[in-house]
Design a protein around this ligand. Structure first.
Ligand SMILES: Cc1cc2nc3c(=O)[nH]c(=O)nc-3n(C[C@H](O)[C@H](O)[C@H](O)COP(=O)(O)OP(=O)(O)OC[C@H]3O[C@@H](n4cnc5c(N)ncnc54)[C@H](O)[C@@H]3O)c2cc1C
Length: 544
């Protein structure tokens, strides 16, 4: 096994590497995962899992396990010493997860690693990547073993999920462009004693600094502090943090209790992004590709969604079934997302750290507007939660968008909305449950009372898709507005008795909706024209 050529070598078993490995295995790819440290430290860097990432975990079959282990925060409270206050509620987000899930990163990793073990892959620990040697059609990865010996792992592809100091990125000569921030921040996980429970994310900002509280499920809280009076590299004591809290938070009594579970100093905060995500057969994902100001709670979420975007594209490439340029669409789609996350977190960093009188006025005004404007709160919730991420502006997204559809139609590139259907046996089934079957899913929406001719064209599409894309595109017939379809189709069909599918997708049956393996819309076509469907599929997969 050790000398075998593996499809993909994943370097780094943080959240991003683990999700990538699991997604690759789900799509039939052979992987090895190497990790330099012997044991996972039980301290939590990241802790927020946003709503759209939970949908991603849902199609991996992991969301319910994560939700059960975590704490659901309804939203985010922003307060400043100018008396301005705003609550950004997550309650109106689309989908099953209208909240921010707070779960220690080590626990998320433990759950994903357990899932990966169930898929038959064990993380190979105490194996540090030293060097990459690209060869024709493969890469040799030189790895140091626990006893100091070296092994050359042969892989068709290597993905660097090895964090901010990525050896893969450095070894590939990819630039990590960006800058350090001039401030330092501290984290402390500790019990609190308060008059009212802190059951949402709470942020308090004054000229002196900022304090943020995040509730864990076990009753402790993450306390993030930044004290403008001292930006030196030291881990604050409980007494120092209490003094800062007493100065910054005037609205309520918050007392730190006992010894911290963990406290740390966040040395050099930076925002940086790799100038490219691919060099030959080497790719980057997660912190190896982008890092930003951590209080936005975005880095791990962005990385997890990198992995889910990349896995199926690599899988199709390895099968020789990827359309031209599909693998490069990974960078095309994900680079702008990380860039936007960097911009958002940079703006948040300014909001949290501003001290100039003019800046304080801007912050006061901003919080006042957010506090009063539901539409702005909703926009912020959509942005923070990841639901606003769309690939509609990429070349593929634009080509596949259909100008003939109504204004409310969900177009190619947008996240696929969750819908509730009835399976052929009458049992309830959700769209994200269906998506667990790789790769693409093609939903053919058929209106009530469809004619024999219409049913014949449904049959034609089914036959063509099954013949030309076996194992890559799963077609489903969905009868809308009825509890079950007519028997004369001769096919098991889904039913959408309430018309939820058509309404959530802004579709008018008959219509065809292609959903990508990562839960984004691949195409939305009116009518059930076999030729048009074939053209849309050809943008993603090689047709036979
Ligand atoms: C205090 C703090 C709070 C944060 N809060 C949040 C949050 O709430 N939400 C959020 O989304 N993000 C948050 N982040 C960011 C988040 O922690 C990172 O984005 C996330 O850890 C990135 O995951 P990763 O798998 O890409 O990299 P890492 O988690 O850094 O994992 C990389 C792995 O690669 C291994 N490795 C490194 N080099 C090698 C090598 N040469 N060979 C083999 N293995 C190697 C490392 O040991 C490590 O296990 C926070 C960060 C900090 C510091």
């Amino acid at each position: 096994m050790k000398d075998e050529l593996v499809d993909v070598l994943v370097v780094g078993a943080g959240p991003v590497g683990l999700v990538l490995a699991s997604e690759l295995v789900r799509h039939g790819v052979s992987v090895r995962v190497i990790e330099k440290v012997a044991e996972r430290p039980r301290v939590s860097k990241g802790l927020t899992i946003h709503s759209r990432s939970l949908e991603t975990f849902d199609l991996m079959g992991l969301a319910d396990r994560l939700v059960e282990a975590g704490f659901r925060s309804r939203g985010l409270n922003l307060s400043s010493d100018t008396g301005s206050h705003a609550f950004v509620s997550m309650g109106d987000l689309p989908g099953r997860f209208p909240y921010i899930l707070i779960l220690p990163q080590w626990r998320t990793e433990e759950i994903v690693e357990g899932h990966l073990a169930g898929q038959g892959v064990a993380v190979e620990r105490q194996r540090e990547l030293l060097e990459l040697r690209p060869r024709s059609g493969q890469v040799d990865a030189v790895v140091e073993l626990p006893d100091g010996d070296r092994e050359a792992i042969r892989a068709r592809w290597v993905v660097g999920c090895d964090g901010a100091h990525s050896a893969v990125r450095k070894g590939s000569g990819i630039e990590f462009a960006g800058q350090p921030y001039p401030w330092a921040a501290q984290v402390m996980d500790i019990q609190l004693d308060t008059d009212e429970p802190i059951d949402v994310l709470e942020n308090y900002t004054t000229k002196r600094g900022f304090v943020m509280f995040m509730p864990f499920a076990d009753g402790t809280h993450r306390v993030i502090t930044m004290d403008h009076a001292q930006h030196d590299a030291h881990v604050p004591t409980v007494a120092e943090n209490q003094a800062l809290i007493d100065t910054v938070v005037s609205a309520k009594r918050i007392q730190l209790v006992g010894d911290p579970v963990w406290s740390s100093h966040l040395g050099v905060l930076q925002h940086r992004q790799a100038t490219t995500y691919r060099k030959g057969r080497v790719l980057l994902a997660g912190d190896a590709a982008h890092i930003n100001f951590p209080t936005g709670g975005q880095g791990m979420n962005a990385g997890i969604n990198d992995s889910v975007n990349l896995a199926w594209k690599l899988a199709l490439t390895l099968r020789g079934q990827a359309s031209a340029g599909l693998l490069d669409s990974y960078e095309e789609e994900r680079h702008p997302v990380a860039k936007a996350v960097g911009k958002l977190t940079h703006r948040m960093s300014k909001l949290y750290t501003v001290r100039h009188p003019l800046g304080l006025l801007v912050r006061k005004r901003f919080l006042k507007v957010v506090g009063h404007k539901r539409s702005l709160q909703q926009k912020m919730a959509m942005g923070l939660s990841g639901h606003a991420v769309s690939y509609d502006e990429t070349a593929r997204g634009r080509t596949l968008s259909n100008g003939a559809l109504g204004a409310k139609a969900v177009q190619a590139g947008a996240p696929a909305p969750e819908v509730h259907l009835l399976a052929p046996d009458g049992a309830p089934v959700r769209l994200y449950e269906l998506l667990r079957e790789p790769f693409f899913h093609l939903f053919l929406l058929v209106p009530p009372g469809a004619s024999e001719t219409a049913l014949a064209s449904v049959q034609k599409v089914l036959t063509e898709v099954r013949t030309r894309h076996p194992g890559v595109v799963t077609p489903h017939v969905v009868f809308t507005d009825v509890a079950e379809g007519p028997a004369d189709l001769g096919e098991p069909a889904l039913a959408d008795p309430t018309g939820e599918f058509a309404s959530r997708y802004g579709a008018s049956a008959p219509a065809a909706i292609l959903v990508r393996p990562d839960g984004f819309v691949g195409a939305h076509l009116s009518g059930l024209d076999a030729g048009a469907i074939d053209t849309a599929l050809a943008a993603w997969v090689v047709t036979r």
